[in-house]
Structure formats: C-alpha cells, structure tokens
Design a protein. Sequence first.
Length: 443
Amino acid sequence: MAKDQIQVAIVGGGIAGLALAAGLVKKQHIDVHVYESVPAYKDVGAGLALHLNAIKAMTLLGPEIRQAYFDKALTMGDEDQEMVTEVILGQGPHKGELVAELGRAKGRKTVSRADLLDGFLALIPKDKISFGKKLVEINEQVSGEPKVHLTFQDGSKVEADCLLGADGIHSLTRSYLLGADHPAAPPKNHDGWQIYRTMVPTVEARKQINPKWTTSVPILLGPRGHINCIPLNKNTRLSAGVAVRGAVLSAGGGRAPPLDPAWYADYTEDAQRIVRMVAADTSASWTAADHDHAPYYARGRVAMFGDAAHASMPFAGNGAAQALEDAAVLDCLLARVRRTDELLQVEHALLAFDRVRRPRSQAVVDLARKFGRVYAYAEDGMHEDPERMKRFFGEMAAFTNEFDVKGQNEAALKVFEELELGMEMDDGVEVNGNGKVGGVVES
Ligand code: FAD
C-alpha cells in the first residue's frame, strides 16, 4: 500500500459491497478490500428486477459496472416480447379491475443475485477480496490510533482507516453503530408478513393456471394476501407466490400456518388457481422483515450502507436499487477525499453520505411497507377507490425509479464541501473551528 493511500475495508460482498468495491478499485488513492463471510455465493430466491434508478446508479459507478448487469440479466420472456406488471384487484366489489401497469417494456429483464455478483466480481482484482471472513468484532479503541480494528470468526484480524459495512439485514456494523440494544438495530416484521413461494417449470404451470400469467407479471390484490407470478429464465421457470400480511402474527409470532386455498374462496378464479399451485409446494417460502429508521448511518470512520442501513420489504422492488444508489454516492464522495493526519475528510464524506442518503432510503423503506398495506386492502379504504389507487402507484413508481441519481451525487458533494469549509449544518450537526464534527444528532 502506498503511504498516502486510504485503507477502506468493506464488510459484506453483496450487491452493495461489490458495486462500491468495483468503483473504488479504480481510484489510485484508495486501497480497498472486501471481507465476505460466505466461501462462495449461492443463488437464493427469485430474480431481481433493477429499475431505472438502479441502472443510473450503476452508470455513475462506471459503464463496465452497468455492462456487467446487462451481460448477466436474462429477459423474462422473448427479447421483443412486451411485458408489464399488472396490478389487479383480486377480491371485493371491484374484483378484476386493473389499477396499475408498472414498468411496461420490451425484453424486460431479471438477474439472479449470484449472477450479478459474479459479474461485479470479475471487475475486482482477486487480491482485493477475501471469502470465508465473517466479521465478529469491531474496535476503534486500540492504541489511540485513528484505525478501525476488525476481528473475524477464524481469529484473524485486520485494521483499516475506515469501515464500510454492507453486511446485510442482520448487520454487525449496524449493531455496532447503533448499539445492540437500540430498538432500530434488529430487523422487524411489524405486519407479520409470510411469503409463501414456489418455483415451477413454466410448462407445468401452464397446465395449472391461466397461461396468460406465465408470460406477464400479475399482482392480484386482496385482504388475505396478494398473489404474484414472475416468469424467469426466458419463460422456462415461473416464480409464484402469495404474500400474507399477519400470517406470522396469527401464529403468535412463531411459524406461519400452512397456506390454505380455502382462505381465497372470494378471490377471482385466476387468483385461486395460482394459490392452489403455490399451496402444493411452498418450499421456497420465507418470512419478510425490514428496518425501523436508524438515527444515523455513519459515525466517525464507520458507516453502513445497503440493506445493513435500510433493509426494506420486497413489495416496492427497490432494495437493490437503493443499495446501488448508496454505492454511487459513496464512490463519488470517496473520490474526493485525501489522506490527512486525522482523516477528517473521510469522516466528512461519510457524514455527507448519511445526510443525503438517509432521508431517501428510509422513505423507500416506508414506501415498501405502504405498498404491502395497500396490496392487503389495509390502507384506509384505498381499495374501494380504484382511481385513487392508480394515482398512488403512478406517483410512487416515479419517486423510486425516475429519481435524479446524478443530482443526488452532486448534492452529497455539496454537503461534503460545506463540511470541509467548516460550515455549520442546519440539522444540528456542528462543525467546530478546526473542522471537527461535533456529534451526530438523533432525529
Ligand atoms: P446482501 O445482498 O444481503 O449482502 C450482504 C452480504 O454481507 C452477504 O453476502 C453476506 O454473506 C455478507 N455478510 C453478512 N454478515 C457478514 C459478516 N458478519 N461478515 C462478513 N460478511 C457478512 N431489490 C430490487 O431492487 N429489485 C427487486 O426486484 C428485488 N427483489 C427482491 C426479491 C426478494 C425475494 C428479496 C428478498 C429481495 C429483493 N430485493 C429487490 C432487495 C435486494 O435483494 C436487496 O435489497 C439487496 O440484495 C441488498 O444488497 P446488500 O449488498 O445490501 O445486502
């Protein structure tokens, strides 16, 4: 490592960690290393759909990062087949009515997490990432030096100038930053969501459900669960699921009950057929959770990003996109920092990241919760007014997908420059005369 380089440890080699590392390895003044707990990536769950804000964030990180996504993504159906997510009322007086068409496009793509990670990994030199390194302890109090000391489960230790935790929903970095007893430290499942899910070969699914739903993306809404199908791998595999709000709560917080098609007798016939198919094999089921708002994402030279900072319910389909927006902002800020004795520029960069990314990413967490309640007819009568629902979906899709991601990077740089100039922040964080950050204020 060159003397004036800044050592950045990224813990967690998921989408957030690898995307940022792929950006930082291009910077001469940064010596980045990723520590990932698993020995190799496994494919888990359905494919990810990355929306326009995610594509813009990858482009800002570098054209090769965006290209890695396009090289790995598969079309849901045929290249020239137009697909759209159709949100339809599945139960009640307006049953069968279409309330939103989201993301209409030819050749819509999904990417498996493992494939996307492989694509990012190819952009990072092998000596910049270590697998099988599960972080178990963070310590900033060793020998008074401005260093972050990391201990891994295998007993090995490293030190770095700065720690960026991208260690997912059960993040150790989050517990360290907030304190393990902080109410927002662990993930929560306030609404008791259980996602019953199956994967079926498309030829089999066509025998059981309306074949229309094997080449399109329906979300059929109702009070005892919303039903959803996603064609995968060029129409060869179908992911089908029923997300039930309250299922875990009805089980007293324990295991959710088995999915019972009898709950759906008043849903549309199409919806009932999908439920019966899912109920026959729920082996891909899981329990959803998200994070209550953290009061800050950074303190000193330690920060968290991606799901570690703001895990959300999957209903707005924007969690990975938010992780990529984080990576784009951090990459842009760290491009500016230079080594100083006390590494204050790094602290200012992480504080600027917090200031700019926390409000938007936490709004997306709230939005995903709200999507869940709207889907479950639990949002103050919205399902009785399809026009209101249409407006809601239109506005929310614009908020997540059509966001000015480049403008966000520019806003972060402006905050960084203000901190560097010693200007006082208007939200209570004071920067004193010699540029030291006075403290992080809980909001
Ligand atoms: P993760 O992907 O969780 O990565 C964290 C990494 O840290 C892991 O590799 C883990 O092994 C490692 N790690 C954890 N602890 C430690 C430790 N102590 N030491 C070292 N390493 C550690 N988002 C979208 O944008 N579009 C979608 O369509 C979409 N669909 C989804 C569908 C489902 C079913 C689910 C569950 C999520 C979906 N998401 C979607 C959300 C998206 O998958 C996540 O937001 C995204 O993967 C978060 O990336 P991350 O890198 O922050 O966290």
